[in-house]
Design a protein around this ligand. Structure first.
Ligand code: RIB
Ligand code: CA
Length: 310
């Protein structure tokens, strides 16, 4: 089993990613760390606790992290996408558990050092906690097995600006630190996540399973579907599959095709948050990341169905 820390801003699609990961026999979720992004970090932390309790995993620690980016100022939260509560305004009761007293960045450092070479980091929100952990512990990369990020877009355009994907845009300095560090990075960005589309027919089949996970998803997803309809003109309830694609990659990486290339992040100006692939290394030496550029979309959906409906 692969030991996993999910760094998250839950978040409607974060919820599907986390629920699927908790149900995957190949993955051992050993902590959730939270970050601002889809909602304020205090709300996201409550959502993380709630998701663990839903699946009977109240024993897994939750550690609250950054409420804003390392450098750029905090912007508006996307209540039109994820709701004021981060979970589609579905009005859930408060969770029973509490987060650890330790900051998420320190939790990441301590846990990776406790299991050298075993822990995979799965950041599915802005990269502030990971960037801060690198600042506090520059030798962190040598303790980490792999970093599998939902974020970025090299060839597919942006979703928060014409060129930038939201997670990278919210903390471009932290993101550039992550791509610059000497560790294996996989980028699961819009290049693939926008190719994986779940529509009403898929979602209704999922909801028909009536597991605690699918009942929960049925409550939180209508606002997220309405957002996709408004922005992309989707008419059959379609949603892009962003964060859950990371769970799919972790369980079955063969579903994805990758390009090995250094990635640079623009930190200024109107292209802020653009992830730039430099396969010819014309912008200097930097360890290559695996950028997902191709995907078996049906395979990803089938895998997520199997995890969530079982
Ligand atoms: O661009 C998609 C990403 O932004 C996802 O992680 C989603 O949860 C939002 O944070
Ligand atoms: Ca997210």
């Amino acid at each position: 089993m692969r030991k996993l820390i999910i760094d998250t801003d839950p978040g409607v699609d974060d919820a599907m990613m986390i629920l699927a990961a908790l149900r995957a026999p190949e993955l051992d979720v050993i902590g959730l760390t939270t970050v601002f992004g889809n909602c304020p970090v205090e709300i996201g932390t409550q959502n993380a606790l709630r998701l663990l309790e839903l699946e009977g995993h109240g024993d897994i620690p939750v550690s609250k992290g950054c409420g804003k980016a390392l450098v750029v100022p905090l912007g508006e939260f996307p209540a039109n996408v994820h709701g004021d509560d981060g979970l589609g305004n579905a009005s859930f009761e408060a969770p029973k558990g509490k987060p650890l007293a330790r900051h998420a960045a320190q939790f990441i450092i301590d846990t990776c050092k406790a299991f050298p070479g075993e822990v995979t980091l799965a950041p599915i929100g802005p990269l502030s906690n990971i960037g801060l952990a690198l600042q506090l512990c520059p030798e962190l990369p040598k303790y980490v097995r792999e970093v599998v990020i939902m974020g970025g877009s090299c060839y597919a355009g942006g979703n928060i600006s014409p060129v930038a994907e939201a997670n990278i845009y919210h903390d471009p300095h932290a993101a550039d630190m992550v791509f610059r560090a000497d560790w294996p990075v996989v980028m699961v960005g819009l290049d693939v996540t926008q190719q994986i589309v779940m529509d009403n027919s898929f979602l209704n089949k999922l909801y028909a399973a009536q597991t605690p996970a699918t009942d929960f998803l049925k409550r939180i997803q209508p606002l997220y579907q309405a957002f996709h309809a408004n922005i992309y003109g989707f008419t059959a309830g379609e949603i892009h599959t962003h964060d859950p694609s990371v769970t799919a990659y972790l369980v079955k990486p063969d579903l994805f095709g990758t390009l090995e290339t250094p990635v640079h992040v623009e930190t200024n100006g109107r292209c802020m948050g653009f992830t730039i692939a430099d396969p010819l290394k014309q912008w200097g030496e930097r360890r290559a990341a695996k950028v997902c550029t191709r995907v078996n979309a049906e395979g990803v959906k089938n895998l997520l169905y199997d995890l969530l409906a079982r």
